[in-house]
Design a protein around this ligand. Structure first.
Ligand code: AMP
Length: 247
């Protein structure tokens, strides 16, 4: 199943996606990570988008849709994607629908991590990421130490757009451009609202429950739709043929 994890910057989308990929057979797609890696390896695209990201504005829909298309079209990723940070505009929503339809897939769950502006700014401002093991820490709320982190300190990095000014701009961009698209998924009855201000483990417990319910439901639907009649008659046919030939 494919799912989308929504929320303002610093809501914990990356942390929860990490938890999910460790426990379910899912792959995380973070457009933010994909764009940052373009900047890091200094591609033409990276040079074009660097100032946009540093200002907390959105990169053009065409750019992110192209990155996403490569991932959705890869058979290895069939029906097992967690979209983190995408879609962020209604035009991206429609592009994603079109792409998924083309590759015979759909979105089954949309999770929205609700967090207020103050919490978001504190979380994003304290965030540090280990570039080696990819774990996300927070210097105020969940600092890395010798027990929870085995990599050397030199791998810990702070994102350039995780500063008070840019975070507030990213939050405003989220409220104006991204939040309205939740309505689209609400009408489709696949939106699940989650209180993102709780502890990481409590949020994960809720998310896991939602995913397990949907997975069980998909399984029931699969059993219901499965052509049992054809299967039983083919087993019966093989059995009769076996009896006949062994006479
Ligand atoms: P994130 O890591 O999701 O917080 O994204 C970091 C930055 O990358 C955002 O502030 C945007 O500038 C850009 N970005 C990430 N995803 C998208 C997207 N789906 N559409 C446009 N810009 C994006």
């Amino acid at each position: 199943m494919n799912l989308i994890i929504f929320g303002p910057p610093g809501a914990g989308k990356g942390t929860q996606s990490n938890n999910l990929i460790n426990n379910f057979d899912l792959k995380q797609v973070s457009t933010g990570d994909l764009l940052r890696s373009e900047i890091k390896i200094k591609t033409e695209l990276g040079k074009k988008i660097e100032s946009i990201i540093n200002d907390g504005e959105l990169v053009s829909d065409d750019v992110v849709n192209t990155l996403i298309r490569k991932i959705v079209s890869d058979p290895k990723n069939f029906n097992r994607l967690i979209f983190d940070g995408y879609p962020r505009t209604i035009s991206q929503v429609y592009s994603l629908e079109k792409m998924l339809k083309k590759f015979n897939q759909k979105i089954s769950i949309v999770l929205n991590l609700n967090v207020d502006k103050d919490t978001v700014s504190k979380r994003a401002n304290g965030r540090v990421i280990c570039t080696r093991c990819l774990r996300i820490f927070n210097v105020y709320l969940d600092p890395p130490n010798s027990i929870n982190h085995k990599c050397e300190k030199k791998y810990l990095e702070k994102r350039i757009d995780d500063n008070f000014k840019t975070i507030l701009n990213r939050y405003e961009t989220y409220v104006v451009k991204t939040k309205p698209i939740l309505d689209y998924y609400n009408k489709k009855r696949i939106l699940h609202e989650i209180d993102g201000s709780q502890k990481i483990a409590e949020i994960y417990y809720k998310i896991r429950g939602i995913l397990e319910n949907i997975r069980d439901w998909h399984y029931v639907c699969f059993l219901y739709k499965f052509p049992w009649k054809n299967l039983t008659s083919s087993i019966y046919g093989s059995y009769s043929r076996y009896q006949y030939s062994s006479r």
